[in-house]
Design a protein around this ligand. Sequence first.
Ligand SMILES: Nc1nc2c(ncn2[C@@H]2O[C@H](COP(=O)(O)OP(=O)(O)OP(=O)(O)O)[C@@H](O)[C@H]2O)c(=O)[nH]1
Ligand SMILES: [Mg+2]
Length: 367
Amino acid sequence: MAAMRFILIGGFLGAGKTTTIARLARTYRDQGLKVGIVTNDQATDLVDTHALRAAGFDVGEVAGSCFCCNFNGLSEAVARLEAHQRPDVIIAEPVGSCTDIVATVIQPLRRLCQNRFEVAPYGVLLKPSHGRKILRNEPRTGFSPQAAYIFRKQLEEADCVIINRIDELRPDEVEELADLIAAAQPGVPVVRMSAKTGAGFEALLEVLDQRGNFGRRILDLDYDIYAAGEAELGWLNSSLRVTAAVPFSLDELSLDIVTRLQQSLAASDAEPAHLKTIGWWEGHHGVANLVSSDTPAVLSLASHCQTRQADVIVNARVAGDPQQLDEQVQAAVRGACAALNATPEFLSTQSFRPGRPNPTHRFADAV
Ligand SMILES: Nc1nc2c(ncn2[C@@H]2O[C@H](COP(=O)(O)OP(=O)(O)OP(=O)(O)O)[C@@H](O)[C@H]2O)c(=O)[nH]1
Ligand SMILES: [Mg+2]
């Protein structure tokens, strides 16, 4: 049996991994290939899983721990996809605050599942909004030096760095980012792309299509700094049901939740890494996002749904206290619902600081 192609797309929180994966999956599907996707998060109730499934993809998830710390969960998720319909291509999205993916995920895939997978070059997305500040060594990046350390380490283990969101950047801004990457990572191929518009996407496809000995850039990583960087983040996943006597706009609700949360985070000086909501009802779904304090909240997918009832998931990753984040999310949801004469019922909420990473496997030398 032919080996399954295994593609990992890494990058910081909100860099555009899910958007890139959806575009890759559409492209491969259009080529007649069977695609399986694996999402990942430290908690349950993932916006990404719902969004990709709603787009018609076969999606497995590892929820509650990252691929590195639950390598067996990744293997099981792949096995479930295989049992359903053996994919030709598997695309996996590691958690955006994780690094050391090469030593803890790619090398184990290559050593422990020999011949089962053919691992593609490891592409890591660069998020311009935070990346520019971090790579320029600006004093105020919104994140601590420890979180910035994770950001840099993510780029360091890449076989290819992908500058995303070029649709929003001037050519000189793209070139400045490319120069900053070249200074930090001499010799690493750089792709310039927009996952949203598809500009430059052919170059990414070409990189990912290369066969060879990739995923070998093992990091020299200080796990104390890594753990401190992750622990700085407030993490929240919440699911709720919203009801109203009169139909309301689901898109207005999703966007207003994110906008209110942006305002309240700005007031408490807590930098958002990524806020995302998905709202859905009866086959309609819409997604709203915010990826930094100095970019606007956007409705990235419109549901065009007017409804008296909807299910909503909020995922928030913020440089700040999780307890306070929980209160801020509740206030944003209640405010957005009240503005539409709707009532939220919170079904489940998890909010925490990610624990110290403790990988299932770690290979310090590359095969
Ligand atoms: N303008 C623009 N927006 C983009 C692009 N790629 C992604 N986005 C938007 O950026 C936001 C975050 O994208 P995601 O794909 O969810 O990012 P992610 O890396 O998967 O985020 P996490 O899973 O939370 O780490 C969404 O609003 C996307 O629509 C792009 O190339 N251009
Ligand atoms: Mg994602």
